[in-house]
Design a protein around this ligand. Structure first.
Ligand code: SF4
Length: 289
């Protein structure tokens, strides 16, 4: 059953909203995974500036792609994007595919990102469910916790034909500006019809553990995530001796943590140990150079 939400406004401006280039849209969506959109702008422009097509990215080394990704964190995403670019070249003639199954088969592309590419690059009428939209769906429309399939069906049912791009961007904006983890209902366009709000918001927040809604991230300062970012940034400037890892990370009194952080980056295929030093993994280096 198709439901109507009315025309919600698109309010935020991002460089990727001015394009329908599937590669740029894909880069934007990967940059925005686990990251607030405004924090992804700089890296998005750097990645697109250096690699203006899947072919350009596929021909680069992993070190070059990681270097373009600097500052954004979660470097596994950069490695996945690099591998996705190679598969796009090998299997799709260098063009980002425009069907759900082919997109889902690419490294690092999950149900949200695949549908976001369909909606934002190819203007398909599919619903997307990320953390922002997931909160809106579970609170305003369903007033209950939603499972993954339920949420996807509901998201699809809300898209009016021909309005997939605008509708999804507007829902993302509403979720980011109003339907945040602690909702700011004043000024929310859905306030008059929001089921949770109309019920007085007296029940437990239905967005908790609902599909697509991510949990609050653990503290960054002092975390392994911070340590991985520091170590990777240092290695991008040149090989780091294993004996220096703890001081690079800033945990000289916790050698176990230093070992764990280095091992994680090696296991993820981002770094490799070579003769007592850590360097960017070369297994993904282009064979075309
Ligand atoms: S009225 Fe409040 S709870 Fe309902 S959608 Fe808007 S911000 Fe979310």
């Amino acid at each position: 059953m198709r439901r109507r939400l009315g025309a919600l406004p698109v309010v935020r401006e991002f460089p990727w909203r001015a394009t329908r280039d599937p590669w740029r849209v894909l880069v934007a969506e990967v940059c925005c995974q686990q990251t607030q959109a405004h924090r992804a702008v700089e890296a998005y422009e750097r990645v697109c500036g250096r690699f203006d097509s899947p072919a350009a990215c596929a021909a680069a080394t992993l070190a070059e792609v990681l270097d373009a990704w600097r500052g954004l964190g979660y470097y596994r995403r950069a490695k996945a994007l690099h591998e996705a670019a190679r598969q796009i070249v090998e299997r799709h003639g260098g063009r980002v595919p425009d069907d759900l199954d082919s997109l889902l088969a690419l490294p690092g592309i999950g149900p949200y990102t695949a549908r976001a590419v369909l909606a934002f690059a190819f203007e398909r009428d599919v619903g997307i469910v990320d953390t922002n939209v997931g909160r809106v769906l579970s609170r305003a429309i369903a007033n209950r916790r939603l499972g993954r399939l339920d949420a996807q069906r509901l998201a699809n049912s809300l898209v009016e034909p021909g309005r997939g791009w605008t509708h999804n961007q507007a829902l993302l904006d509403l979720g980011a500006a109003h339907c945040t983890s602690v909702p700011r209902c004043a000024g929310c366009a859905l306030r008059p019809c929001c089921k949770w709000r109309r019920g007085g918001s007296v029940t437990a927040d239905p967005a908790t553990d609902s599909a697509g809604v991510s949990r609050r991230q653990a503290r960054f300062a002092g975390s392994d995530r911070e340590g991985r970012g520091r170590l990777l940034a240092a290695v991008l400037d040149g090989p780091v001796r294993l004996s220096d890892v703890a001081s690079v990370i800033g945990c000289q009194d916790d050698l176990l943590r230093a070992t764990r952080v280095a091992a994680t980056l090696c296991n993820e295929g981002l770094l490799q140990r070579r003769a007592g030093v850590l360097a960017v993994a070369s297994s993904s280096a282009s064979t075309e150079r």
